[in-house]
Design a protein around this ligand. Sequence first.
Ligand code: PLP
Length: 398
Amino acid sequence: MSKSKESGKAGAGGHKIETRLAHLGGNPFDSHGFVNPPLYRGSTILYPSMEAFSAHSQEYTYGRRGTPTIRALENAVTELEGGAHTVLTSSGLSACGISLLSVVSAGGHVLVTDAVYQPARKICEGILKRLGVEITYFDPLIADGIAELIQDNTQLVYTESPGSQTFEIQDLPAIARAARARDVPVLADNTWATPIYCNPLALGADLVVNAGTKYFSGHSDANLGSITATKALAKQLRQTHGDLGQCPGPEDTQLCLRGLRTISLRLERHWRSALEMADWLAGRPEVARVIHPAREDHPQHDLWKRDFRGASGLFSIILKDCSHKAVAAMLDGLTLFGMGASWGGYESLVIPFDPTPYRTATQWKGEGPALRFHIGLENTEDLKADLDAGFKRLRAIG
Ligand SMILES: *Cc1c(COP(=O)(O)O)cnc(C)c1O
């Protein structure tokens, strides 16, 4: 590993991140000393009296508005991101949507990175445009050039670093400075790095989205999203989230809370293994280019070093030009790499992708077909052998 900067800022009691991960969230003595908060299910929550009911004078008022399980995860994420308040949603994508809806209004304008997670782009193109919100996509490498795109009606700058599939690292502090000068809030999708390796709020963002579906759960068995806000945006975020009736499922919430206990261990292994696989892939004759922010040949490697404390298991490669059939022969025969959407679990994945159809502010240029890898917790020698056999199948067709 090339970096050993202290991870995370000191939290409650000045403890380091690994210590905090073992203890943050709920208080065991709120549940008879059981180490983990119980999984609360429920819609109806009873009030002891008519007076209490009329005044809504208790912490838990209705299942949709939060349970002790949900509060425990909200508190954990708030502390990890260094924010003022966190709300949880039923998926990472709903977290993207709710955060957008918490700041936009008709006649407004949103600036969105061209490398945004594609389903979030669909929210912009569909719901937001239908509500009369104007969208401008910008080059993820724009940095303080964002100032020229900010209009009087701009209501949000939406960033995601590294970019989905193509892994551009954005200069978030420069973007945030320019936006702050015009009083425009900045959102950062932090799903790739998680709060363990990056804290966008400390870099100037105002809203942070995490798809808990990925590394929080870490086992491909839950769907959940989180949005963490600064104090200034907390109220409108809570309002929008509450009005839209968003709540995560109880099991998914508990699985994400449980996942957080081991996230720093898992991420360290994902980081080390993915970098080793990326280096190995870069030496393959079939590969034109590897796109991994923690490799020195990544164009924004210096920004990654400045703003991130580590890397996760997700990166892309561009193959030298070859046929569709050859790529299919390679991927179809893999035994350890699965093909499917999402990532962040313990298992390795690979999918083909092509960003050309949906980019509008920038043009994607690839030497050949592109593949996105998620490196799981398997032994890397086994993963290399699986890919080596795959490359043989690819070469046989060409
Ligand atoms: C996966 C992902 C999401 C959406 O998360 P889901 O839980 O799958 O809805 C949002 N942003 C990024 C960057 C993602 O990778």
